[in-house]
Ligand binder design. Sequence first.
Ligand SMILES: [Zn+2]
Length: 195
Amino acid sequence: MSLPFVWLGNHTAIDFLNTRKINKGKQQELLTTFEDIEEWLRTAGFLHRITGIAELNAEDKIRIHAEVVEVRELLQTAVDALIQGEIWDQQWIDHVNALLQANAGYLRVANKSESLRSEMIYEAHRLAGFFMEQLVRLTSECVQGKIKKCSNPECILHFYDHSRNGSRRWCDVTTCGNRVKVNQYYHRKKARLTK
Ligand SMILES: [Zn+2]
């Protein structure tokens, strides 16, 4: 079964944040189990960076799933702060550093045609660390004003705006963009008719 994951964030951290979306007016959780997270990692092409999944028992999986969802909550607060231009408080930074230390990965090198490629590897028990790495990458590398929430008020998806003039407004023009435009057209038309 393939889940309807969303890959329009232009950044791994934002694609991870977008594992909650609105479907027919209701919030839909795309990561309901550990297996969903595993599938997300596989689809995103990161599963090779996690070791020891086969050795996890059911209890481990419940704990790790909860930790990963907690990282997503932390990421949401970070993205909200970035959008609002807030400054990190020391307490938040200390919390992030404690989570990074508790879920530390290690660097591994592999052959890549003519050069070497390095990647952070995480033991499955510390899977939260992989997502913390993405959070840190986003918060430390992003350009102010480039992270946006979709302009459709009924949508909760986010994206990193790579357009040159920073004009991207919708998670997806054909769904949210058109839906809002059609709605506005309908309301304008209705307003005209009732005058
Ligand atoms: Zn949208």
